[in-house]
Design a protein around this ligand. Sequence first.
Ligand SMILES: Cc1cc2nc3c(=O)[nH]c(=O)nc-3n(C[C@H](O)[C@H](O)[C@H](O)COP(=O)(O)OP(=O)(O)OC[C@H]3O[C@@H](n4cnc5c(N)ncnc54)[C@H](O)[C@@H]3O)c2cc1C
Length: 318
Amino acid sequence: MAGVVVFAEVKDGRLKKASREALSIGRKLAQTAGGDLVAFGVDRAAAEEAGRYGAKRLYVAPLTAYTTGPFTTALKQLVDQVKPSIVLLAGTSNGRDLAPRLAARLNVGVASDVDRLEWTGGKLRARRPVYSGKAFATVEVSSTPAMATTRPNAFTAEEAGGETAEVVQIAGPASDDKVKLIETKTAEAEELTIAEADIIVSGGRGLKEATNFSLIRDLAHAIGGAVGASRATVDAGWIDHQHQVGQTGRVVSPNLYIAAGVSGAIQHLAGMSSSKHIVAINKDPEAPIFRVADLGVVGDLFQIIPALTEAVKKAKAH
Ligand SMILES: Cc1cc2nc3c(=O)[nH]c(=O)nc-3n(C[C@H](O)[C@H](O)[C@H](O)COP(=O)(O)OP(=O)(O)OC[C@H]3O[C@@H](n4cnc5c(N)ncnc54)[C@H](O)[C@@H]3O)c2cc1C
């Protein structure tokens, strides 16, 4: 019997961190809701890792690159077949795309972008940040199954020491000709996406001009993080919108958020104030970003960022 189904996404041969987090909370929920934790995916090579995170079975659909229609149909077929109490998807681009479509097809409720989950009284209770992170709403999803998308980095990915998940091949959906994937282009090769990154280094208008984003990129690469940006820099055309953090960009919760030359406008804070550790570098001691920072450096980013990058490189070399 399946208690919890988790959409398990794979990148570069590994389960995405956000999917490992979803599996980890899924395993805890299965302990109270009853039934097994199982995963749904398209890559049977993920069975060993899915098992380590507690999945008993990995249902593999004969699909390749993500497109909404076929993935919705395949996951719905699986849900109809195994009748879980809960369906979880990590809040990645694909998870956020798939969840509402699946919920509509199943005619069930979905709590999106949650940072806490528990199974209580036969219902899924979820906490969601609302009003740009200023408040939390606790919601209960009473449908069967109950669905949720998990905010990346809000849950801890914990191995359960389980055996390799049993791979169960499931039938694919009938061909869906409405949308055809023609080509996948990666905007900036090797760059991490901010939504799932553990570390983000963000640049603001204090960078003065587009080319100076190279300072942010150098530090991000040295420290193993993703490049974030304020809206002012995106609007100025210095960097692509996919990097924008904030109310009209992405909401992120990395372990470490470094903001350089970012004033900390309320709309920016809405996207990053739930980060675990915040470091702000700004030459204005009154900049609002310092109000949310755990560590504030008052100074010129053009001196501090290169020095920090060098220090990180040196530390890593030892
Ligand atoms: C509806 C709406 C939605 C919005 N959504 C977003 C959003 O999603 N994300 C977002 O970011 N903004 C958003 N904004 C815009 C937001 O209000 C701010 O305008 C924007 O965040 C400012 O960007 P910034 O901090 O880069 O620039 P500024 O506010 O101009 O700040 C630049 C900072 O750099 C510092 N600085 C300058 N030179 C140096 C130096 N050499 N060394 C160190 N520090 C230096 C300055 O002291 C200053 O604090 C939104 C606005 C609206 C109205």
